[in-house]
Write a protein that binds this ligand. Structure first.
Ligand code: UDP
Length: 482
């Protein structure tokens, strides 16, 4: 049985009264991964800076495999007294084998085990008027806790509107209808072109719980009072329109409130100050738009054979480069991954390798002319924000779908691969070198399109811009004044 709360009473207590609007609290439960925390924390700060009736409490999930999440939250919010942090207890994560079958199912199971703790904490907080529970895709099942306590939930999508549309598209199928590579191209609302199955997320093909988890998550999207997306309408009007069309009328309202980017850049345990300064000093010495930046996200990186092909391509292209590798080789072990003499050649001034890159600062630097990216959504927004074109190399999650519509739908990125995923065949040096040259060719129409989108992104968040207006509408929705 649910906690003994009369939902109607609770709703009445929280709805409509002017008392409520004097001090309204939101509870955020972000997933503990860097790619989710960055925009969630920016969003929390945006809300409290925008409307002084709002305050925010963040429930911090402890997850043994992302120990850094905790200090990340605390550093990012150090100067925000209006944002309260409450730690959830560390619970035993599910067995690792579950993650091998399907990371999505694993996370779902982990979140289920957190529900009683979330419920207990929320019952204590409920002495304040709580107007909403803000959840991201992986904490989405907490909608159930919100429902039990009579608190409306909002979805905070750390990816884009097109991906949201894909998730909702699953609901037009059955939970058993796992996709197959041999399916014909799909007509998905929100995508201007038919979508080849090869660019769908891994989970779409996963019979061991991945597809079913996506399906269950998508169902929860529909139980929210609003879908907040880290995107902006000038970039995704097509998908926004698709979700608000007649046939989709049950879809909760979509609020594109981005780009939400952490422009300060938080310290990272994999990047010490000396290395940070070295990277930026080296960039300072390079000519404008001459350097290609390679970085594959917070979990990205390649095995030795693929690393070697990339190195050969860089040598062949003759371009200057900054390459974020998870574990950069040293002169003692370089011969196991890199072509002979690569490090010596690089140190003549051609390039730099590092572990964790200060990505936002790097993309903001005038020396950067192009970005080879795994197409994580934060990376895409950051590159658009600074007007740096991307060469697409998706690896996991929904990155193939992102790469696909950026390249094929809107000419906002240069294509290396749109359907690469972990376990794909090697991408050979020759192909990479060709892609690098196309990326750095200033006459490529992508450069012009990206510069235009940069202006649109910046205007969207200014007072009166599309995202600014969307935030106002969202707050009206939250405070019950619409
Ligand atoms: N990032 C960084 N340095 C790195 C790798 C990643 O600063 O070496 C940051 C990047 O700027 C972005 C985030 O980590 O904000 C990665 O998020 P994204 O959505 O692009 O990919 P994910 O890591 O979630 O796959």
């Amino acid at each position: 049985m649910h906690a003994s709360v009369n939902i109607e009473e609770r709703r009445k207590k929280m709805g409509g009264s002017s008392e409520k609007n004097k001090n309204a609290e939101l509870i955020l439960i972000p997933s503990p991964g860097i790619g989710h925390l960055t925009s969630s924390l920016e969003f929390a700060q945006l809300l409290i800076n925008r409307d002084n009736r709002l305050s925010v409490t963040i429930l911090c999930i402890k997850f043994p495999f992302t120990p850094f999440a905790d200090s990340y939250i605390r550093t990012a919010l150090a100067s925000q007294p209006k944002i309260k942090l409450i730690d959830l207890p560390l619970v035993e994560p599910p067995p690792r084998e579950l993650a091998l079958n399907s990371p999505e199912h694993y996370i779902w199971t982990f979140m289920e085990s957190l529900k009683p703790h979330v419920r207990a904490i929320m019952q204590n907080i409920l002495s304040h008027p709580v107007v909403g529970l803000v959840l991201d895709i992986f904490t989405m099942s907490m909608v159930d806790v919100g429902d039990e306590l009579g608190i409306p939930s909002y979805m905070f999508m750390t990816s884009n509107v097109a991906f949201t549309a894909f998730m909702l598209f699953l609901l037009s199928r059955r939970m058993e209808d796992v996709f197959s590579d041999s399916d014909p191209d799909l007509s998905i609302p929100g995508f201007p072109d038919p979508v080849p199955p090869s660019v769908l997320p891994d989970a779409a093909f996963n019979k061991d719980g991945g597809y079913a988890t996506y399906y269950k998550l998508a169902k929860r999207f529909m139980d929210t009072k609003g879908i907040i997306v880290n995107s902006f309408s000038e970039l995704e009007q097509y998908a926004i329109d698709a979700l608000s069309e007649e046939g989709q009328s049950r879809t909760p309202p979509v609020y594109a409130v981005g780009p939400l980017i952490d422009l300060k850049g938080q310290p990272n345990p994999n990047l010490d100050q000396a290395q940070h300064d070295k990277v930026l000093k080296w960039l300072d010495e390079q000519p404008g738009s001459s350097v290609v930046f390679l970085c594959f996200g917070s979990m990205g990186g390649f095995g030795p054979s693929q690393t070697r092909e990339i190195a050969l391509a860089l040598q062949g292209s003759g371009l200057r480069f900054l390459w974020a590798m998870r574990s950069p080789p040293t002169s003692d072990n370089a011969d196991r991954t890199l072509p002979e003499g690569f490090l010596e050649w690089m140190e003549e001034g051609k390039g730099m390798v590092c572990g964790w890159a200060p990505q936002v600062e790097v993309l903001a630097h005038k020396a950067i002319g192009g970005f080879v990216s795994h197409c994580g959504w934060n990376s895409i927004l950051e590159s658009l924000w600074f007007g740096v074109p991307i060469l697409t190399w998706p690896i996991y999650a929904e990155q193939q779908l992102n790469a696909f519509w950026m390249v094929r739908g809107y000419e906002l990125a240069v294509e290396l691969k749109v359907d690469y995923r972990r376990g794909s065949d090697l991408v050979m040096a020759e192909e990479i070198e060709k892609g690098l040259k196309q990326l750095m060719d200033g006459d490529n129409v992508v450069h012009k399109n990206v510069k235009e989108m940069k202006e649109k992104a910046r205007n969207a968040v200014l007072t009166g811009g599309s995202s600014y207006i969307a935030v106002g509408k969202l707050i009206d929705n939250m405070l019950g004044s619409n």
